[in-house]
Design a protein around this ligand. Structure first.
Ligand code: EPU
Length: 301
């Protein structure tokens, strides 16, 4: 979608930087996604004005974080993408509390806190993506879930058109699911973390990194796990048992390292990836009677 010059000028007055026709395949870890205009927000305070302007002009929009858990349709996209502002480093620590911008890098946050002797998030070290994306999905790995540490979230609520602060206790964090509204935009988070010596945190981080390197295709283009695990089960194990590792549709392939990772081996399209997802889901349904739910978020047109 193209922003007109006139609207572009008004957005620039609100401190927005505009980039025309950006291929989102360059912004996602899967390397898949069509093109659209990109709006880089520079100030949190201007978000309500920017959102009102886009609503008044009937411009559909979506916020893109780290782009690591999203599958975006091919071709010219019928919406613009917005990116949140972040200062450098986008995080600070005060006692046991860490205050982090949603646009900050999740792994960077774990390391930043570790260096200040705050732990509890070791398992999240290799999870790619932004803090905001991790919050929305309640990202987790190796026994850690980000939601357990959340004390406050500052967000833009599309339903009220305002910036608001939610208390951690008022947010539900379940397995890869939260009670945020789909159009809530995470802006900043306050986490409360246990004190731990840096050396201990580093040792735990090393173990998680080794486990991840041994079981996941880290050097290939993927969106992490494609499906959520069904209650009490493992999507990866089921797909593996069906002999589907290496199964391909075009350039989309079930990883031969971890069967719940689907990788883009060269120039996979969204259509290839969707067909692969559907084929695998169907095989699991027929053989195990389990309907796998997507963990990856699909942005259809
Ligand atoms: N397994 C296989 N074959 C495979 C993959 C896994 O047999 O190809 C077996 C493993 O041997 C193990 C079991 O399945 O016995 C579970 O595998 P793993 O420990 O890799 O964990 P997972 O349930 O597949 C989850 C998360 C990962 C997270 C790891 C580590 C989900 C959907 N996945 O994977 O998160 O990194 O645990 O905590 O919850 C993600 O969310 O994108 C993600 C990668």
């Amino acid at each position: 979608m193209r922003i007109s010059d006139k609207l572009g000028a008004r957005l620039q007055e609100l401190g927005v930087e505009l980039r025309s026709s950006v291929p989102l395949s360059e912004k996602t870890s899967l390397g898949i996604g069509g093109s659209t205009d990109q709006l880089l927000l520079r100030k949190f305070e201007s978000i309500p004005d920017v959102m009102h302007l886009l609503a008044n002009e009937n411009i559909p929009h979506r916020f893109l974080g780290g782009g690591t858990n999203v599958l975006i349709a091919d071709g010219e996209l019928p919406y613009v993408v917005l990116h949140l502002p972040t200062s450098q480093p986008g995080m600070r620590v005060e006692g046991n509390a860490a205050y982090v911008d949603a646009a900050a890098d999740l792994g960077g946050m774990v390391t930043f806190c570790a260096k200040r002797d705050l732990g509890g998030m070791e398992g999240l070290i290799g999870v790619p993506g932004s803090v905001g994306g991790a919050l929305r999905m309640n990202a987790g790995a190796y026994g850690t879930q980000i939601g357990s540490h959340v004390r406050e979230v500052e967000l833009y609520r599309a339903s009220t058109g305002k910036l608001e602060t939610l208390r951690g206790d008022d947010i539900r964090f379940d397995y890869r699911h939260t009670s945020f509204a789909p159009d809530d935009v995470m802006l900043r988070v306050k986490l409360e973390l246990p004190q731990k010596p840096f050396k201990e945190i580093l040792a735990a981080i090393k173990i998680c990194n080794e486990k991840r390197r041994a079981s996941q295709p880290l050097n290939q283009k993927s969106a992490g796990c494609i499906f959520k695990n069904p209650p009490g089960g493992s999507a990866g194990r089921m797909i593996d048992e069906l002999g589907l590792k290496g199964h391909r549709v075009g350039d989309a392939m079930v990883s031969d390292r971890h069967a719940n990772f689907f990788v883009n081996v060269a120039n996979a399209s969204c259509a290839d990836m969707l067909r692969l997802i559907d084929e695998v889901r169907e095989r699991v349904r027929v053989n195990y009677g389990v309907e796998l739910e997507n963990e990856v978020i699909f942005w259809k047109n």
